[in-house]
Design a binder for this molecule. Structure first.
Ligand SMILES: Nc1ncnc2c1ncn2[C@@H]1O[C@H](COP(=O)(O)OP(=O)(O)OP(=O)(O)O)[C@@H](O)[C@H]1O
Length: 250
């Protein structure tokens, strides 16, 4: 069974249709890059998987989205439970104005976990997974806001990993970072796919090429092409894809 299945999904904001009859499946432990020109619907598509679009008052969708065969928009689906399974990392690092330790434990504390031993273990494990532990292990009580932008983004990834999701949504996670921090995030994505299924929106074609197994090219709300990343970038089947990846528009 695929990890994620999207079946005939259309999305509207009011009367404006922004995704048009999208169907695709994603396997567990893969990285899928979502690419396409500004406004084509990539972020809207990404936000379907953790129901973040539900916050937008005139959002409406048709079709179904399944995680491990389960319809995440079914009436019995608890949205809180879904968001534990599907973590999200945003374009700009958004740590809470709290210590590094408290940022990582935030979700677990909300869930009622109080054991210091458990929390300590999760902090170390999550920071190690996010490739930040060595840099901060002696400063866990320091404010997260005192970290560099790249460190803050890895902290935000650690905060997401601490609640043990299956799926990670990343909306341009490195676009606000310098090249060295970007390279660290890319390495991290590569390592994390051993355990997670990852969807990443990126405007950076080289980045899509480096980190993803599959790439989906969107244009004007349509899924134009979805293929192995290597093939999509070297032998695209559609002229629109060819024009986009060679920089002729977008
Ligand atoms: N909250 C909203 N209310 C109404 N329309 C919206 C909202 N958010 C996005 N849209 C519209 O939906 C379309 C798709 O936007 P979306 O942000 O998903 O595209 P995108 O491909 O991620 O763009 P970008 O690369 O610029 O971030 C656009 O036409 C946008 O104007």
């Amino acid at each position: 069974m695929p990890e994620l299945e999207v079946e005939h999904v259309s999305v509207y904001y009011g009367t404006n249709q922004v995704l048009q009859d999208i169907s695709m499946t994603m396997e567990a432990h893969t990285v899928t890059a979502l690419i396409g020109p500004s406004g084509c619907g990539k972020s809207t598509f990404l936000r379907l998987f953790n129901r973040m679009n539900d916050f937008i008052s005139d959002f409406r969708h048709e079709g179904s989205i399944l995680i491990q065969g389960q319809d995440i928009y079914a009436p019995q689906q608890a949205v809180e439970e879904l968001r534990k399974r599907v973590g999200m990392v945003f374009q700009r690092p958004n740590p809470f104005p709290k210590s590094i330790y408290d940022n990582v434990t935030y979700g677990l504390v909300l869930q009622g976990v109080r054991s210091k031993a458990v929390l300590d273990e999760v902090v170390e494990k999550s920071l190690r997974q996010a490739a930040l532990w060595e840099e901060v292990k002696n400063d866990l009580r320091k404010s997260a806001l005192a970290l560099s932008g790249g460190q803050q983004q890895r902290l935000c990834i650690a905060r997401v990993l601490a609640v043990e999701p299956r799926i990670l949504l990343m909306d341009e996670p490195a676009s606000a970072l310098d090249p060295i921090s970007t390279a660290k995030i890319e390495e991290l994505i590569y390592d994390l796919k051993q355990q997670y299924t990852i969807l990443i929106v990126t405007h950076n074609m080289q980045q899509a090429g480096r980190v993803s197994d599959k790439t989906a090219f969107f244009n004007y709300g349509h899924l134009i092409e979805y293929d192995d990343t290597g093939r999509l970038f070297t032998q695209p089947s559609h002229e629109q894809t060819q024009n986009y990846i060679t920089g002729r528009f977008g």
